[in-house]
Design a protein around this ligand. Structure first.
Ligand SMILES: [Zn+2]
Length: 380
């Protein structure tokens, strides 16, 4: 190995070891071992793959396997994650969703493109496609019963505080008109079977309704997602004037805590256990026959420990029903016990952890007022 190479290797390691470069600049994953020689950021393998798709902006190299010359190392030393973020993340709107390494590809890719390719956050007060308080356009929506995706006109309006869609292009009356504060939106590419698949969930007559949409353009679907968050943010800001921006940010769209199949029995606990698809959306546990069903077959409210809720490993002694899965769990509520079985122990422990995370959280006064009084509990 030539002396010059050794010297630059040593210098590279020093920059790489700096605390500011210990997490991926784009998704926060620990121990990045790739870097962009043109942007000067340290990134993980997965984000480096996205950077590779925008070669005019970013050239990526492995920190372990590729050769770095002196000039490139000096560039990294001068930039690095802190300096680069100060430029490209200087003016991110508070409602804008910043993905982590657990998020799906479309969210991570559009975040990287928004930052470096479109430079959406480099200057203050920039007009962004999701900051207007109104958005209109076509999304492909899954038919409620036939499962066929058809183009539908959607309209999001901050002034009216709602999201609507229309069945026919020229229809005057919307098919749905949902208040923005009862909407949740979460990317579900695997479940929907499309890399840009977005699930929009809302409450109607205190029941959950799911709609599934996508757009061929990843940018467009992520713009919709952030437009919903923007409208929600401004709506909640008016509704809860004393709440801090961060408190409000935490109430925007949220990922489901856990989803998957479990078996359940009925209230007598002697009925045969049936396999169902479960979704835990914060304090709402819902079940469906099929993951893409429009309506939940049942739901139960999961309160906090102080209100008499708990989760236990296993089924009560002497449980009789027929079950084919053997990893049981029991949710105790003030009214009754709910019995479930999981296929694997990992699943069982994951579900218990997910339930415990909401049960161990004290309920906010708003949750108590809005959810507990009309607590959903029709999980038969
Ligand atoms: Zn990353």
């Amino acid at each position: 190995m030539a002396g010059g190479t050794e010297r630059s290797m040593k210098a590279l390691k020093e920059v790489w070891r700096r605390a500011e470069n210990s997490l991926c600049a784009d998704c926060g994953k620990p121990d990045p071992d790739w870097a962009s020689s043109t942007l000067g950021v340290f990134i993980c393998l997965s984000c480096s793959g996205i950077h590779r798709n925008i070669p005019s902006i970013s050239k990526v190299k492995s920190l372990k396997m590729d050769h770095w010359d002196d000039a490139q190392v000096q560039f990294l030393a001068k930039h690095g994650n802190a300096v680069t973020k100060a430029t490209y993340e200087a003016h991110i709107p508070i409602y804008y969703y910043q993905p982590t390494y657990n998020d799906c590809q479309v969210l991570r890719e559009q975040w990287i493109r928004a930052k470096y390719e479109r430079k959406e956050f480099t200057e203050p007060g920039k007009q962004l496609p999701y900051s207007d308080g109104v958005k209109e356009g076509i999304l492909w929506k899954r038919g409620r019963d036939n499962g066929q995706f058809l183009p539908r006109k959607f309209l999001l309006s901050e002034r009216e505080g709602c999201l609507k869609y229309f069945t026919k292009q020229d229809a005057k009356e919307p098919k749905i008109n949902v208040k923005i504060d009862v909407i949740n939106a979460t990317f579900q590419p695997v479940k929907i079977g499309n890399p840009n698949g977005l699930q929009i969930t809302y409450l109607k007559d205190n029941k959950t309704r799911n709609i599934f949409v996508y757009h061929d353009s990843g940018k467009e679907v992520v713009d919709w997602f952030n437009a919903i968050r923007s409208v929600q943010f401004h709506y909640l800001k008016v509704a809860f004037p004393i709440a801090s921006d961060n408190e409000i940010k935490n109430r925007l769209t949220r990922n489901f805590l856990k989803e998957g199949y479990m078996e359940k029995t009925g209230p007598k606990q002697r009925e045969a256990f049936k396999k169902r698809w479960f979704t835990l959306d914060h304090r709402r546990l819902m079940y469906f026959k099929d993951p893409l069903d429009a309506f939940a077959k049942g739901e139960v409210f999961v309160g906090s420990r102080e209100n008499g809720y708990s989760v236990q490993k296993g089924l009560p002694l002497g449980t009789q029903g027929n079950f084919s899965w053997h990893y049981g769990l029991t949710i105790v509520t003030p009214d009754r016990e709910y019995l479930f079985t999981c296929e694997t122990e990992t699943d069982q422990l994951d579900w218990i952890a997910a339930f415990a995370s909401v049960i161990n959280q004290a309920m906010t006064p708003q949750e108590y007022a809005s959810k507990c009084l009309d607590a959903v509990s029709f999980l038969s």
